[in-house]
Design a protein around this ligand. Structure first.
Ligand code: MN
Length: 244
């Protein structure tokens, strides 16, 4: 290689390197533009349980807890994400926010959001209100409000259990606070909830068969009797005192 050829060679290499760098910058800049134009979807994720699957034994068995959380609850989260795929403006809303005002959800996905945001919201509340240190009686202001509304705790338990046991097919039993500030026991079909009617839920029980069938088969009343032993009344008291 003489000197002239060497200089040409260096120049060519530099030009190629420069072109590569420009292409690289161009690609990066396109990526930045496309990132801002098409935001990454905000995905709903499965809320972890604050205890182990076997923590609620013998009242709720580990196998039921694991399937309930990793299969049933996970499926509602996945289907909610699928339903919101076309509607990025709705993706950052929580499941509770979504079911609290379904009129802002486009009609083509409204039923899917009702069922799956409902499934997510209800299960998060149900699971997080259980604790191996649960049971006993309501505490604080909620205890007084239950006595005032239902006579005493035993009368409330009896009425709540009867509502949960007699609810036809899949659904949920709730203790909630209405707009008038009064406590009420209600049941909802599917994954509907008090949030949909502007009421604040305080306590919730899943009466879908998947919540109890492995251990109790058709005996829903037995599963309700067992569930009282793992209710976190401190959690219920915090919900009762929270603004919403
Ligand atoms: Mn369930």
């Amino acid at each position: 290689m003489n000197r002239r050829t060497f200089i040409q060679s260096v120049a060519t290499t530099a030009a190629v390197a420069s072109a590569w760098t420009k292409a690289g910058l161009l690609q990066q800049s396109n990526a930045a533009v496309s990132h801002s134009a098409h935001k990454e979807p905000v995905m709903h994720t499965l809320t972890p349980l604050p205890y182990a699957y076997d923590a609620l034994e013998p009242y709720i068995d580990a196998r039921t807890m694991e399937i309930h959380h990793t299969k049933h609850h996970q499926t509602y989260v996945d289907k909610l994400n699928a339903a919101l795929e076309k509607y990025p403006e709705l993706q950052s809303l929580s499941s509770v926010e979504l079911v609290s005002d379904l009129t802002r959800v486009p009609e083509d996905v409204r039923t899917a959001v009702r069922n799956n945001a409902g499934g997510d919201a209800n299960h998060v509340m149900f699971f997080t209100m259980l604790t191996p240190k649960g049971g006993g009686r309501p505490v604080g202001k909620l205890a007084g409000a239950i006595d005032a509304a239902f006579g005493d705790f035993a009368a409330f338990q009896q009425k709540f259990a009867a509502a949960a046991a007699s609810h036809f097919a899949s659904g949920w039993a709730w203790l909630s606070v209405g707009p008038d500030g009064k406590l009420l026991i209600e049941t909802t079909p599917g994954h509907d909830s008090p949030w949909m009617g502007g009421r604040k839920p305080i306590l919730v029980l899943d009466v879908w068969e998947h919540a109890y069938y492995l251990k109790h088969q058709n005996r829903r009343a037995d599963s309700i009797a067992a569930w009282w032993n793992v209710v976190d009344w401190d959690h219920a008291e915090r919900k009762f005192n929270a603004p919403s």
